[in-house]
Design a binder for this molecule. Sequence first.
Ligand SMILES: [Zn+2]
Ligand SMILES: [Zn+2]
Length: 322
Amino acid sequence: MQLDRSKKLHAIGVVVLSLAGSVAALVTSLRWGIGPVEVGLFCLMYSLSMVGITVGFHRYFAHRSFEAAPWIQAALAVCGSMACQGPLIYWVANHRTHHRFTDVAGDPHSPYVHGDKPLGNLRGLWHAHLGWTYSHEIPDTVRYAKDLMRSPAIRLWSRFYFLWIGLGLVVPALLGGLLTWSFAGALQGLLWGGFARIFVAYQISLAIGSIAHSHGSRPFAIRGNSANNALLALPTFGEGWHQNHHAFPSSGVFGLEWWQLDPGAIVLRGLEGLGWVWNVKRPPASAIASRSAVPEEAWGSEEGSAERAARSVAAGEARLPR
Ligand SMILES: [Zn+2]
Ligand SMILES: [Zn+2]
């Protein structure tokens, strides 16, 4: 099947090309050195793609945890696509499947099961980290992302996925060339801000499926084995508070305690201050303190919340709202 072949090619291509580019980045840096331009472009592009994934693909498109101006939605879709984790609609359908079947048969990237087979420790970690990208079932976008497929703009952003990946390579190359006015600068911009950044961001993001479903603390009594992993919180821009997220999927804020650093939520607060983002959802303090997850309906999720609709449709309980 064509789609299955594309999925496998994509899984191998991202790893091989980003790894090869990272090796090339190290080799060229041994020759030409590494300076503030390379480090700056890596950090800039890393931050853009990580904000695109956690604030955009995850908190906005998959869980509708806030509302945003159309141009912010577009920017988040483009930046998230640069992270090479699949086209927007595909990503959202796959992720909602993960919430629907967390750590049981049907979960695309659980460290505990693959299909109906239980997995051991190491095989489970491998499957949840990289193995699944090659072997998972194509998500049912009609069932799990119908709300997104109804929007012509979102369909367009999703369809031009490879263009946005290209943009994520061209921009750091151009900036590197302009800032150093040299070919070497452009090449190193491409390698550090493009390929090496994709390699690191990709592996760190996958660690949420593998590490944050096996290692960490579990303050909430909820189904599945998601965990809060403080070490992953900063590099994933807040995704490391993964059990918090599974307890309150529609919350725009993942760091629920004052000490839980959540850069994605800080970005959201900034955008909110500028008036470009509004209605950021957050569970009530009483629900957090009680250490039990409250059904989303109980803490003010919008009627027709896309995720809940997708879930109830999947469970055969309801039709999607018109
Ligand atoms: Zn999870
Ligand atoms: Zn989620």
